[in-house]
Design a protein around this ligand. Structure first.
Ligand SMILES: [Zn+2]
Length: 535
């Protein structure tokens, strides 16, 4: 039986079947249409992304007698004889890195092509050439005969000498998207009648990490071993963790199920699951959860800050891995930080239907913010005082007007434009005033980091404003997103005639000693200091 491995069988024979490199293909098509063929190209990019296939289709297209919109017609004499064409010379520098092979190219290069328009030299993994071979190649690239086209391909563009690069038109091939690989795999399995679970097919696409050739090779191996490919086949053969396992692992954290977590990690290790792939998948899961945590009003998972810090910690793990360090050990320790110090296992929280929150009565603000039990107590920005933030928002709303807003916006702009303190300027430069009373202002920014830094330094900002604008204002910063939420609550409350009452701020930790006026001094001397209040 004439069995061909899938990636050879489904190798593109024209531009339309090259997957996921649309931009580069359009440039190459255009070059053919306008007959502007360069004498040297270099295709760089990860393995299995279509560099060699594109080189071959291009070589065929420029020699085709009736090129079409998709490149070669695959019907003319030149196309039909392409495989035997002596004018298409392929060389793999990974196995022939000697100068002799390049010399041979140089010697033959002057001879006109035997039967085609162009002689095409395709040199794969060109970065593997030896220095002397590069030098020889350079000589040819400087003044190639008109009938010669070089297509160099490499997975390591940094290793190609700049003198070579500068003589080539460069195309950077990128990893093929998951979606494109899934589509292609679906096409191949339907043509080949391969039975496979959709979940397994997705997992293959995932493992191949942007390389179509790898994806087809995996499909090949699995389809020869089993009647119907399942997710378990993929996972046990290729050391990957499934989507479901990643979700289970995340749920272990939020339910505080330490034992199950440890069992899972042990199992991963036993199956030699690729730790880099495991981290990659965990990061993707965390990204998904980070979005959920911001979008869902009753989100039950980790807090956004915890998701964020866990993601950063996981991402750094590969920096520490060497031959003596077990990556599983580090992953395990890192994730364990986000469990509680208790044996109690919770139910998996069900995501509750989205409900519209009752308008908050702002007197509640004076109560301590509730401690959410389901989140371990790791605070990335510990010095932000939630209570003060809420008080200031509330106080701003007691007397927020459009006139105040306009006035403060103008002053704020002036402050930014004339700021003479770089520390403050860096903090406030990305902010705008979104609400104002006659003594309070709400600042908004797109950046979480900015908001948290401003709130950490809020008294400094109050003082700076006072110093420059000679007006007593108290500020608070919110992300644009949180501001929208606060604003909506405010509007609902106003509609429901909920009144905002002024709340006294807690004392500033660095409360400056007020200068005492003469009258006050006299008064203090006459009466007990505790018993009088000066208006
Ligand atoms: Zn043709």
């Amino acid at each position: 039986m004439d069995y061909k491995v899938l990636y050879r069988k489904y190798r593109p024979d024209d531009f339309s079947s090259i997957i996921g490199q649309d931009y580069m293909i359009s440039i190459l098509k255009n070059a053919i249409k306008k007959s502007q063929i360069s004498h040297a190209y270099i295709f760089s990019g990860p393995r299995g992304t279509g560099k060699t296939s594109t080189a071959k289709v291009f070589a065929k297209a420029i020699n085709c007698l009736n090129p079409t919109e998709n490149g070669p017609c695959n019907a003319c004499e030149a196309c039909l004889n392409f495989k035997e064409n002596a004018d298409i010379i392929e060389m793999d520098a990974a196995s022939n890195n000697g100068v002799d092979e390049i010399r041979e190219i140089i010697n033959n290069i002057k001879l006109a092509p035997t039967s085609s328009k162009y002689k095409v030299y395709i040199i794969d993994e060109v970065h593997m050439l030896s220095t002397s071979a590069f030098n020889a190649l350079l000589l040819t690239l400087e003044e190639p005969p008109k009938h010669v086209v070089f297509i160099l391909a490499t997975t390591n563009i940094e290793a190609v000498p700049i003198t070579i690069l500068s003589r080539c038109q460069r195309f950077d091939f990128h990893k093929i998207s998951l979606k494109d690989i899934i589509n292609r795999l679906n096409y191949v399995v339907s043509k080949e009648n391969i039975a496979i679970d959709p979940e397994a097919l997705e997992e293959i696409a995932y493992i191949s990490d942007g390389g179509l050739r790898d994806a087809l090779s995996i499909l090949d191996q699995l389809s020869s071993n089993t009647n119907k490919i399942t997710i378990d086949d993929v996972i046990s053969h290729f050391g990957s963790a499934s989507k479901k396992q990643i979700t289970d692992l995340y749920n272990c954290i939020i339910t505080n199920n330490i034992d199950h977590f440890l069992n899972m990690m042990e199992e991963f290790k036993k199956l030699s699951i690729d730790y880099k792939l495991l981290i990659k998948k965990l990061l993707e899961k965390l990204e998904e959860e980070a979005i959920n945590s911001k979008k869902e009003p009753n989100y039950q998972g980790l807090s956004y800050e915890n998701i964020r810090s866990l993601a950063f910690e996981l991402a750094q793990i590969s920096n520490y891995i060497n031959i003596n360090i077990d990556p599983y050990l580090l992953i395990q320790i890192t994730i364990l930080k986000y469990f509680h110090n208790t044996n109690e296992v919770k139910e998996i929280p069900k995501s509750e239907p989205k409900t519209i929150k009752e308008p908050q009565v702002h007197e509640n603000i004076q109560e301590e913010p509730e401690l959410k039990e389901e989140q371990p107590n790791i605070n990335v920005n510990p010095s932000i005082d939630e209570k003060l933030i809420n008080i200031r928002i509330n106080n701003c709303f007691t007397n927020a007007t459009k006139e105040n807003l306009k006035k403060l916006q103008t002053m704020w702009e002036e402050l930014i434009n004339n700021a003479d303190n770089n520390e403050i300027l860096n903090l406030i430069v990305d902010t705008t005033v979104s609400a104002a009373s006659d003594t309070y202002g709400i600042l908004t920014s797109d950046f979480d980091e900015t908001v948290s830094l401003i709130n950490k330094n809020i008294y400094k900002i109050d003082d700076y404003f006072q110093e420059k604008m000679h007006l007593d204002y108290k500020f608070v910063a919110l992300t644009k997103e949180n501001w929208q939420k606060e604003r909506n609550t405010y509007i609902t409350n106003i509609k429901n005639k909920v009144e905002y009452k002024y709340i006294e701020e807690p004392k500033r930790p660095d409360e400056p000693q007020k200068e005492i006026s003469n009258i006050e001094k006299t008064a203090y001397n006459l009466f007990d200091k505790e018993k009088i209040e000066i208006e």
